[in-house]
Design a protein around this ligand. Sequence first.
Ligand code: TRP
Length: 460
Amino acid sequence: MSEGRGQWGSRLSFVLAAAGSAVGLGNMWKFPYITGMNGGGAFVLIYLVCILLVGLPIMIGEVLLGRMSQSSVVGTFPKLAGGPTPWAGVGWLGVATGVVILSYYSVVAGWSLHYVYLALTGGLDLGDAEAFGALFGETYSDPTVNLTYHTLFMLITAVIVVGGIQRGVERASRILMPLLLIMMTALLAYATTLDGFGDALDFVFGFHVESITGEAVLEALGHSFFTLSLGMGAMLTYGSYLSKRDDVIAVSVATTAVDTLVALMACLVLFPITFSAGMEASSGPGLVFINMPLAFDGLPGGHAWSVLFFVLLFFAALSSAISLLEVAAAFLIDERGWSRPKAVGLAAGLVFALGIPSALSGDATTMFGATDWIGERNWFDSFDYLASNWMLPLGGLGIAGFAAWRLGDRARRLSFAAGSAIGGIQGVYLAWLQLLRYVVPVAIVVVMLHALGLLEAVFG
Ligand code: TRP
């Protein structure tokens, strides 16, 4: 392992960076709205089960593979297989997936920056739901706004990743993650004072069995992948900067726990506000960009809360974007021997270019907005669909398959135990391995069959 690759300064740094990757728009924007659309409590419970039985085993597997190989996601498979192997395709897929996801993630992240700007300049002084709906519509479809913030967001992300593991990623995470947790706590404290808090608690944690559907199970499973940053080697790449003495199990559990905590906190912030303002929990993707500023608008000091909230959303997106870019950068550095600035420059440039059609997707007058790409989806939706429904599950299947079936048992067992207090316990190891061998692949294959429309009869 070369000193030149970089390594985390401490175990806490890994957890902060990995949690920074995991906690993102998935937690703050998507989880509350899909929880709202799926009726609350039961969906949350199913999601927690998915995190525990599918997410956590893959998380441990990814971090473990990275720590074992000490290389990028492309280098990991040949290195651990002891030579050229078809499994290497999983690594290439991972790099491609990171590039695809970041290209549209950056556009959504840009909206959060735009809303910070609006909140600071009185642009969120609108009064009623219709006006906020219209504002979101305008933001979504304005090519200038989208291109400007997409450019800005990619520049900020690239500058941090150029800084390297310790000076860039680690330092940013050490500032961003604690700030994020403090801001979430402040918002949560405020939310507990609202009339709607009791209703929100019941909505999120009450077991509303009538709302369980097959569709909800699949959505919960798919989301547990995205929210934990699994399936494309982001956690694998971060794991490759761990030393052989680090405790893979402890850091994986900590990362998963922080991500889950923040997702639940986001619900307990959003729903009390939504209910207190007399709005519906099931209002969909607009929950964050329409309901939040609307709810804050009616409050004393409302604009300060809006600024706080959108800065928070921006931070969450930024630390996730860093991990997405690092996967491609690490590949170019490790496998191509490029310098970090050159590698990041090329990767970020490519992501930026691919993101331009996404930034223009809301405007039907440009070819990117008007044309149907996959089905009736515009470019933005096509990329999201491709990455979330196909590339991530496929990558997750490959990573779990390699770790559970291809890796030599002796090396795997030793590595699982290395540095960990509980990794040497036979039962813990076997439980993890069985989940990875059977439960994870079956779950993923079911999701993919559903995506192909082959399970309609079962899941309606
Ligand atoms: N987990 C992040 C979120 O919840 C997004 C993300 C970052 C991601 N890195 C990833 C998703 C890698 C999948 C794979 O917003």
